[in-house]
Structure formats: C-alpha cells, structure tokens
Design a protein around this ligand. Structure first.
Ligand SMILES: [Zn+2]
Length: 310
C-alpha cells in the first residue's frame, strides 16, 4: 500500500537491524535527522530482538515528537509468500515471520528490505545516485550484496531476491579461477567468495601465504608492496567482470559502492576502465559511473526510513 501523505511534515522511522547493533533514526520529510539511537542486538534472542526494535521506535518517536512510518533494513530477505526470513547471517531470524511480528508489536504496518536494498534506496533517494534513473547499489563488506532502484522504486519480485548478485558466479573466469573458492551458500566461485573483504584476504593468503585483512593489504599496496598490489589488481579485475555482467543486464546510470571496501580509492579509477572490455556497447558509449556513497554506514538506516517511498 502506498502512503498518500508525502509531505515534508511526516516522520519516517528507519531501523537497521544488524548482527551486533540495531540503529534507529527518525527522519523529517526533507531527510533531516530528528532523532537517532543505537542499541546492542540481543543475539540469538528473537523475542528480545522484537522488543529491542519496538522500544527503539517508541523512544525515537518520543524524541522526535510524533509518530511515523516504520521501515526496517535487515540481513537476508523476506520470502514474499510466507513472510519468513531467509538467508540471514543473523541466523536466529531465519524462518521467523519478522514483518508480521513487528507489526503486531508496533500496532502498524512495517516495511522490510534487506540491507543492500536499503543502501541502494538511500543512495538513490538523496545520496550519490540522486537524480539518476537507475541506481545499482553494491555493498562490499563482510559479504557482497546489491540492490537496484529504478525511477525511485526498488526492483524486487516474487522471490524477494532482486539485485542478489553476490551468489552469481564470477563471469569470464580464467582457467586458474575454476572452480573458485567454496561459498557458504553451498556453491563455489560466487562473486561474494571472490570480492568481499574476507574473500580478498583469503585470495591474498592463497597467493602469498600471508594472513592479512583487506585493510592491511590496501595499506601495504599503497606503500609499494608488489604482492599486495597484485592481490588488489586480481580483486579489481574480478569485481569489474562481475559488475560488467550486471551492467549488460540492467544498464544502470550509476553504480554506488558501499561497505568497508568502498573506501579503496583505486576502485573508482580502475573499475570503469577494466569493465570496458566486458560491456557489450560501443567503445564510444559513456563509461560506467562508479561513485563512493554519500551516506556511508548511515545508508542502511536512512534507506530503511525511505522504504515507504520506494
Ligand atoms: Zn554463494
């Protein structure tokens, strides 16, 4: 159901349900923050998680001085037919009817979307992709997810997996990249198993025997370490191929990167060039615009607040 009142006076509550913390924000219609709070996630405790979210909403509304629509960003996604959570790494949510249970606790309708979709909504609404028609938001962190917003609307469907690109295989793989690392989803060679932060670190370990984090590897590469630079080059090549595959399907106006790896500045320079060879368009076509996020880590909670408009 669409909300009729799109005026600036209406309050939007956004909740970002993470594995370790739950963040909440109350946004005015112009995107200004009226109230903000975060609490620890009651891990392994579903009833406690529901209560924590309900308490947060109440306190945010008290602080902001009004009631509002509620949107929740969450790990995994909702199976539309059953309303049950699937694929959440916060595993105590899986199989639960999170939406209906929150609606019962809050006494109103609630919209839910996975965190990558919230990221895409936030950056499309008033972030790096504002003004662009088709925005692909890609989170590269401990995992790899994405969301697609077209004309301000989230692209989603009967399985609730619109934009789930992280478990597609690496396209145009080289012989040395077959069959690819095992992925937690049960398959192998998934994009997530190549391009997330832990995947980058695992690739570096395989190549060098050195156990280092993605962040340390990026610092070493900047300091001139050739092995670290080679790891980043392999990573950028794989990410470019994976993104080019999506561009050939969706032809987005802009790709906005988020998550910890979005702080690696070389990606914004290297990816458009590396993708050219794989994009099925004339060389004279515009290069793909790849931008860092405007809202960074706050995009999850902001996108959740905007879900009633998306
Ligand atoms: Zn997978």
């Amino acid at each position: 159901m669409r909300v009729a009142d799109r005026g600036t006076g209406r309050l939007r509550i956004g909740i970002d349900l993470g594995g370790t913390k739950i963040e909440g924000v109350a946004l005015a219609g112009d995107g200004a923050i009226r109230a903000r709070e975060r609490v620890a996630t009651p891990r392994e405790d579903y009833a406690g998680t529901l209560m924590a979210i309900a308490g947060l909403v109440t306190r945010l509304e008290t602080a902001a001085g009004g009631t509002g629509s509620v949107g929740v960003g969450m790990p995994g996604s909702i199976v539309p037919r059953t309303h049950r959570v699937q694929n959440a790494n916060s595993t105590w949510l899986n199989g639960r009817t999170l939406g209906p249970d929150l609606e019962a606790a809050l006494g109103r309708s609630v919209r839910l979307a996975n965190d990558a979709n919230c990221f895409a909504v936030s950056e499309a609404r008033d972030g790096a992709g504002a003004g662009d028609r088709t925005v692909l938001g890609v989170i590269l962190g401990t995992g790899c997810g994405s969301g697609i917003v077209v004309d301000g609307r989230l692209l989603d469907g009967p399985r609730g997996i619109g934009g789930e690109w992280g478990h597609n295989p690496l396209p145009w793989a080289e012989a040395s990249e077959h069959p690819g690392p095992n992925c937690w989803c049960g398959l192998h060679g998934c994009m997530e198993a190549w391009v997330s932060g832990p995947a980058l670190a695992a690739d570096h370990l395989r190549a060098t025997g050195r156990a280092e984090t993605a962040e340390t590897i990026a610092v070493a590469a900047q300091a001139g370490d050739p092995a670290a630079a080679a790891t980043l080059a392999r990573h950028a090549s794989r990410l470019a191929r994976g993104l080019a595959h999506v561009v050939n399907l969706v032809d987005p106006d802009v790709i906005v990167l988020g998550g910890g790896l979005s702080r690696m500045a070389h990606l914004y320079v290297d990816l458009p060039r590396l993708m050219l060879r794989y994009i099925f368009a004339d060389d004279a076509a515009p290069a793909v615009k790849i931008l860092p996020p405007r809202w960074g880590d706050a995009s999850g909670v902001r996108g959740a607040a905007w879900l009633w408009e998306a």
